[in-house]
Design a binder for this molecule. Sequence first.
Ligand code: G3P
Ligand code: MG
Length: 367
Amino acid sequence: RYFSSQLQSEQKRRSSFGIAFDIDGVLLRGKDPIGGSPQALRRLYGDSGNLNVPFLFLTNGGGIPESRRANELSELLGVKIIPSQVLQGHSSFKSLLKRYENQLIVATGKGEPAVVMSEYGFKKAVSLEEYASCFENIDPLAPYKMWTTKLGLDRSSPPLNTVPRYDVSSETVKAVFVISDPCRLGQGHSGVSPFHLVMLKLPAELGFNGFSAQLWKPAILYRLISLFDIQAAFPSNRLGTGAFRIALESVFNRIHYNPLEYVSFGKPNPFVFKNAEAMLKQLQPSYHSDYFKEPGDSGSQSFKTLYMIDDNPSVDVKGAQQAGHPWFSILTRTGVFRGKHNHAEFPADLVVDTVEEAVDYILGREC
Ligand code: G3P
Ligand code: MG
């Protein structure tokens, strides 16, 4: 009887809950932990360092492969994070591998977008810089763009000195993947350049196959749609890919007869929450001994509640709401949202000050 009651309580614990953490504005601002995040995460591990509560990071950020982000997060937050605990804005691009595996695709955004796509298995991923370097004088403003590096040195930008690994002149670009925030838009230079230059009429005039408007459906793959989606280290919200999409769309639609078509990935897309649920299920068995498994028991069972701890009502809370059961959103006041009461349009299930308070609430409710 002892074993069966222990088994029952183990199964109850295993099937009951999991947590998804937003990163920017909840756990970190820039590289600084906020809201007691290291302490909060430590409480999800047992004394032996094993994961006691399945949790993962559900962020719209990105730009580097999940394995590297896991190492970076481990260092910043002081707990051991594995790659399967990291779902970034671009992680769901993996689901498009079959379609684009052997096609020429352009990846853009901060970090190393082409490396990310190559790691996912896309065989012909080039960065925007690599692609643009095939066109001499593509950006007339390039000589005026002085970019300051960390060392305080100025260099002209964009860095077009990379040589594409594929013959981009004989192949048509089949899709553009916006992996992460556009650096050039953020730095206040000429907006969508050189991205819009690449996508416009130049390539055809130069004899490149380039991009073809008819082939774009749905060739632009975004990771989110919100305008103000970055909290980061600056005191007020920053513009991100949402703003970039609007700028790009306005220019494109003035030039082309057919409006720009694109697909948004990342939160608030309900697909992302389904994916997170599946990943959390996979994280369940890793901390249970075989002793508790019954024959045929894979260890993954449905959750009663999945908590999304976040800071952005129109992205995170909206996404959790749309995803429905078993999602429960907890909004913190450390990032995009700073309201005294709940958000009017996208009210969370609970509003707290910090992530530490959120974890406190969850553990008090569940354990
Ligand atoms: O680039 C947008 C990103 O900073 C948002 O991240 O963690 O709040 O989804 P997150
Ligand atoms: Mg956030």
